[in-house]
Design a protein around this ligand. Sequence first.
Ligand code: PAF
Length: 290
Amino acid sequence: MSLQVIQTLSSLQQLVAEWRNQGLSIGLVPTMGNLHQGHLSLVEAAQAECDKVVVSIFVNPLQFGEGEDFDSYPRTYQQDEERLREISADCVFYPSIQEMYPNGQQGQTLVQVPSLLTGLLEGALRPGHFDGVTTVVMKLFNMVQPDVAVFGQKDFQQCAVIQKMVEDLCVPVNIRIAPIARDEDGLALSSRNQYLDASQRQIAPVLYQQLQWMSKELLNANQKVAEVCKKASENLLNAGFSQVDYIQVCQVGTLLTVDLIESEKLSCNYYVILVVARLGKTRLLDNLLL
Ligand code: PAF
């Protein structure tokens, strides 16, 4: 079957109903487009589990704050469609802003996960961001009614927030988190990497190198977490990063900062290092489970 390109909710519901009548399972991969290998690996993960896969492409204005890159966010729909055809995705849902928010953004009911989780890290620096994410993701869940939805580990806090929403609201969707896809030099794939100029692109892999260095340091007993974070932050600035927004070791479930590593918890993905640093104006996110 060829890729079905759908722009309206009514056509999407019709297609989903047909699939359901045939007893087929459905996977959803929500994206903002500008698809790279990282997104395609999410689609492949959904394909491995489901009979049909819907990829949504929607640059969601509700999750961008004032002065952020909503207007300049790369929109490459033709190329995205081509990539989805190449990997035999079943449907691309590409709604307009009017289709997604018929009552305007101000008139939209919001889905809000408690600030204990959304007020930290990204949420502290981008107020309202996660309300925009959970609102659009919940709408997409209700529109597609998938069995499975796949998200990328690169946006670690986003994954935690969505998992909490699904749990708290008893949303009948199985969430899968796919590992971070990286370039050969270790840089996590991201649509925002294309904002980097040639010299910034050369510096960018230092972010992952520092995560790996921190992970080794923290596995040694008696290492003070705060000191390791401080040293990594200095290393990033010395390498040419313009700013480190945060670099923290957190507990995976709560995302609360930890200042002491308990060695017996090291084997069970209990800790994660989360980092956001800027090269010029470009914010690069990365993370590593300990
Ligand atoms: O991760 C993203 O691309 C977006 O935050 C998402 C999940 C598609 C919601 O707009």
